[in-house]
Design a protein around this ligand. Sequence first.
Ligand code: COA
Length: 387
Amino acid sequence: MDIGIDQIGFYTPNKFVDMVDLANARNQDPNKFLIGIGQDRMAVADKTQDAVSMGINATAEYLDQVDLEQLGLLIFATESGIDQSKSASLFVKEALNLPARIRTFEIKEACFALTASLQVARDYVRAHPHHSAMIIGSDIARYGLATAGEVTQGAGAISMLIKENPAIIALEEGHTSHSENINDFWRPNNLATAVVDGHYSRDVYLDFFKSTFKPFLAEKQLQVSDFAGICYHLPYTKMGYKAHKIAIEGQDDETVKRLSDNFQLSAKYSRQVGNIYTASLYMSVLSLLENGDLEAGDRIGFFSYGSGAMAEFFSGKVVAGYQKRLRPALHARMLKERIRLGVGQYEDIFTEGLEALPENVEFTSDANHGTWYLAGQEGYVRQYKQK
Ligand code: COA
């Protein structure tokens, strides 16, 4: 029985900062950000968007096509949690009227958490054929104003439906994992921004890629040339590009060209949105599917990395007719219709986002029609509304 991705919803807030503007404001050469880091724009979440509202928006995109009778599991993966105790998924469940009988919870392991959700969902469907699972990854990446990590911020969510006979990607059996207890990136409970050793994190990411990719090929008896494309966790696109260069080392010209072209297509959304932490890998997959020209049966590699650190490599095959399940025009419009913030405006929004939510203050949203947003807080309970 094939199990895999049947739906992919995507959401990013309606504001961004251009990397040239940011470079100029920080007295940096714009090419450092555009080429050295590999980013063009970064999405900015104002106070009306948090991990929950973005997760609702990504899921609402495909909800009308889900058979709710079959839905049995809802997992919310985030490192931008809004509560130490209660799962963000319960807010999603209420907003979208999902059935009361489903099992639902939140999980965390930095940017690996959505992959963990995917594997749990796959096992769930294996154990409960005919049932489906919804998994959501949603984050706001915050490093701090004028820090080295500032250029690798962003915000957004990916929501996926996992079921048998999927319409988009059928996951293949097998995976290789690697974990070690290290301190490359983390966010202690009392901090609103991440603590990061970016150069160390880059080195660990590449080491973990080597520890999972080659063993995966050996275990599955595959060659690099058997992949149509490889998608990477992209906190910034240059990081994935470094792993891509390792993957194509010593390959024939055709393989190098195909994997390099498809790497650029997989990085297209990331260049515009920035870092969305745990959903970043799956935004790369969506970007490749919506901007590339893959054929039925093409194999995609997935490299997932979460700081702390945990990595996994696995693969899936593109399903015939997958294009009909995608919404490239909707996503192109969502990215195009965003508001370009001046750096000062972004700094004000960023600073406000670090503060505790005020009680009983109603927020209004300037997002496009149909968008869910955070309308404020009453008695420490976050209030979500739809425009
Ligand atoms: N033109 C083109 N490229 C330039 C340049 C210019 N004018 N100036 C610098 N660069 C290149 C550098 O050569 C370097 O490329 P390389 O990595 O291929 O060598 C790149 O830009 C970055 O330069 P660097 O000096 O390393 O930047 P930095 O010290 O400001 O840090 C990060 C960059 C990515 C480490 C930092 O933004 C960060 O820590 N981000 C967070 C990463 C993270 O979250 N990791 C954990 C999650 S996986």
